[in-house]
Design a protein around this ligand. Structure first.
Ligand SMILES: *Cc1c(COP(=O)(O)O)cnc(C)c1O
Length: 342
């Protein structure tokens, strides 16, 4: 039967995330900016599994199990939310987990705080890499996989942030949820929506772009980068989208320049470094909406969105959905830095 709706060719998926997540209004901020602002609560995908990574891992770990893996390997920053979600989900599936995390001095690794505490709590094996080694992470992951194979294991390698064509399916599925969420709003889902989120390794942005196209949603996808720059993400996000289109034979028109929108200028003093402007914004959103943003991703993206809106309240149209991609555990190691603001 032709229902007029395109069948979405999802690969196999495990049920690991608490979805669908709610779409909630940002009432005070909507009033402040004179537009309709909502937040998609992907910080509620789980207490321990909180955030966007578990959506990607539903597909990635299904692929790992289909390949009969017994150990998962991935990489990230020391306080990586992706590494923490991978570690917990892997243990839940009875798999071993090895994390390649970067730090200034591997001989003096960072304290047991935030995500690192949880990685260690579930027994993840952590290999500390220097920044220089982390620059060669693809090679380092392959070497770890090789050494595991040599000891009789069957590893499954997940790239940084779970950001590849397989992981991107997680955000295609999120767009499918969002399309349903939007039917309850005035103007329903045909009213133009701008979907705003933090871009860190590119997989979320890629999945959102593909999802909007596959569902024919009347939406503009805007990523605010928290590291690197716009050119880097046109390449990285473009590569993930193109690989997905080729691998899954998606019949979609796609152009990097036309379809990928990255708002640059809010990296601040660098990845993972929040300044007083971002921390004050985190405090403002906590106190006006009761929504807790994180210092590495959502705080910076929300700050960028607010700055753009201060400059021109119409820049994103009159309906915004901010995707809250999680990251709460990254807030705790910053207690000292936040103290003067509280
Ligand atoms: C990883 C992460 C992001 C960025 O998502 P990518 O798919 O890596 O671009 C945003 N927010 C949080 C809290 C994250 O952990």
């Amino acid at each position: 039967m032709n229902t007029g709706k395109r069948e979405i060719p999802y690969p196999a998926r495990l049920d690991l995330a608490r979805t669908p997540t709610p779409l909630e209004p940002l009432s005070r901020l909507s009033e402040k900016f004179g537009i309709d602002m909502h937040v998609k609560r992907d910080d509620l995908t789980g207490a321990d599994l909180t955030g966007n990574k578990i959506r990607k891992l539903e597909f990635l770990l299904a692929d790992g199990l289909a390949n009969r893996c017994d150990t998962v390997i991935t990489c990230g920053a020391a306080q990586s939310n992706h590494a923490r979600a991978t570690a917990i989900a892997a243990v839940r599936l009875g798999l071993g987990v090895r994390l390649l995390l970067r730090t200034r001095d591997p001989a003096n690794p960072p304290p047991l705080a935030g995500n690192i505490l949880l990685d260690r709590l579930v027994g993840a094996e952590i290999v500390w890499l220097t920044f220089e080694e982390y620059g060669r992470r693809v090679e380092m992951l392959a070497a770890e996989a090789e050494s595991l194979r040599n000891s009789g294991k069957t590893p499954y390698v997940i790239p940084e942030g779970g950001s590849n064509a397989m992981g991107a399916w997680g955000y295609v599925r999120a767009v499918e949820e969002l399309a349903l969420d939007l039917t309850t709003l005035p103007g329903a889902k045909d009213h133009p929506t701008t979907i705003i989120h933090a871009t860190g390794s590119g997989g979320t942005t890629a999945g959102l772009i593909l999802g909007v196209k596959l569902l024919g949603l009347n939406a503009r996808v805007v990523g605010i980068n928290v590291c690197n720059d716009r050119d880097y993400f046109l390449r990285v996000v473009g590569d993930i989208c193109q690989t997905a289109i080729d691998t899954y034979q998606l019949d979609l028109p796609f152009s990097r320049e036309r379809d990928i929108e990255i708002v640059d200028g809010y990296v601040g003093s660098g990845y993972g470094k929040a300044g007083s402007k971002e921390l004050s914004l985190i405090r403002e959103v906590a106190r006006s909406e009761g929504i807790l943003l994180d210092p590495v991703y959502t705080g910076k993206a929300f700050y960028g969105m607010s700055q753009e809106l201060e400059r021109n309240p119409e820049v994103f149209g009159d309906r915004i959905v901010f995707i809250h991609t999680g990251g709460l555990f990254g807030l705790f190691p910053l207690a000292e830095q936040m103290a003067p603001l509280l």
